[in-house]
Design a protein around this ligand. Structure first.
Ligand code: DGY
Length: 322
């Protein structure tokens, strides 16, 4: 029998066509995020569910009996929105889409870094508001990026791609924190230095860029004390997950000028964004655009298709996370 699958949000049209051809596919036509009860029901009705970061899947959403779903093929590399233990306990396999969004996520980290340092958002707002009075030597002075030090927290694929852009594109020195030792050709080519603690990275970096997973283990990894440990004049860039940063502490650090600025693509509790952040000029705010290019979103979808196809053909799934 053709597997019944549920796609929780709209995907690129070309990928939806492949899914519709290969599987008995139900699409969420109006693209409204499903309620917890609808997700619970889906686990009883579909052989595979294809969720994404906007679907919260805590243990309470997983039914205790009559579970039909055997595969959760996540659209995205991060999967901290899924309670992996609960999925595993129901015998579900979980897959993600690594690799294909590395470049675009690193690109957006650099976009945020440059925009925050050079006050691009603030400048654009001023110009659009008709408030620009013309060039002068003291207008909207930012911080130079080239030649500064970037501190990467989490030197996985995206961390390395961000560091490469910073080093080879902007002549930046690279220091990083990663739980396990990272010593490969990429890191050696950048002369990147692995430091023993997050604090050591914060003490050296002019720009701190977060690339670790979200979820319980890294919740509030950047807290008030660590914001205080950053250099005065430093910037924080977050393209990882909102819960990695204590958002209230960050707002306080931005309001007091304890750090110079921030660039954020992700938020704790997104899509809600605290009003205090919206009021601040020294933070650049993007709506979770890291992987949002045509090429990458299609590649993410096709990666999920590969996982689904392998699973239902009885082959090993390429991107198993549980
Ligand atoms: C990812 O793949 O983790 C992106 O943030 C979208 O979920």
């Amino acid at each position: 029998m053709t597997p019944r699958i549920l796609v929780t949000r709209r995907w690129p049209a070309s990928v939806e066509r492949v899914l519709a051809d290969r599987f008995d596919t139900t699409f969420n036509q109006d693209d409204t995020p499903l309620a917890p009860s609808q997700l619970s029901d889906a686990f009883r009705q579909f052989d595979a569910v294809l969720p994404t970061v906007s679907d919260k899947l805590p243990a309470s959403v997983f039914p205790d009996k009559d579970v039909r779903t055997r595969l959760l093929a996540n659209f995205g590399v991060g999967f901290s929105h899924i309670d992996i233990d609960a999925a595993r306990a129901r015998g579900m396999t979980v897959t993600n889409t690594p690799g294909v969004l590395t470049d675009c996520t690193a690109d957006i980290a650099l976009a945020l870094l440059l925009a925050a340092a050079r006050r691009a958002g603030e400048g654009e707002r001023q110009l659009r508001a008709g408030a620009w009075r013309g060039w002068c030597p003291t207008h909207m002075i930012g911080s130079k990026v080239s030649g500064k030090t970037i501190g990467i927290i989490g030197m996985g694929r995206i961390g390395k791609a961000t560091a490469k852009r910073a080093h080879f594109g902007f002549d930046m020195k690279v220091v990083f924190y990663n739980r396990s030792k990272v010593d490969d050709e990429t890191v050696r080519a950048m002369e990147a230095r692995q430091l023993a603690s997050v604090e050591e990275v914060l003490a050296e970096a002019d720009f701190v860029s977060l690339h670790c997973p979200g979820g319980a283990e890294n919740r509030h990894l950047i807290n008030a004390a660590r914001l205080r440990a950053m250099k005065p004049g430093a910037f924080l860039i977050n393209t990882a997950r909102g819960d990695v940063v204590d958002q209230e502490a960050l707002i306080a650090a931005l309001e007091s000028g304890q750090i110079a600025g921030a660039g954020l693509d992700v938020y704790d509790g997104e899509p809600a964004v605290p009003a205090a952040l919206l009021r601040l000029e020294n933070v650049v705010l993007l709506p979770h655009l890291g992987s949002a290019t045509e090429e990458t979103r299609v590649a993410m979808g096709m990666r999920a298709v590969d996982n689904l196809t392998a699973f239902f053909e009885g082959r090993a799934v390429p991107d198993k996370v549980a």
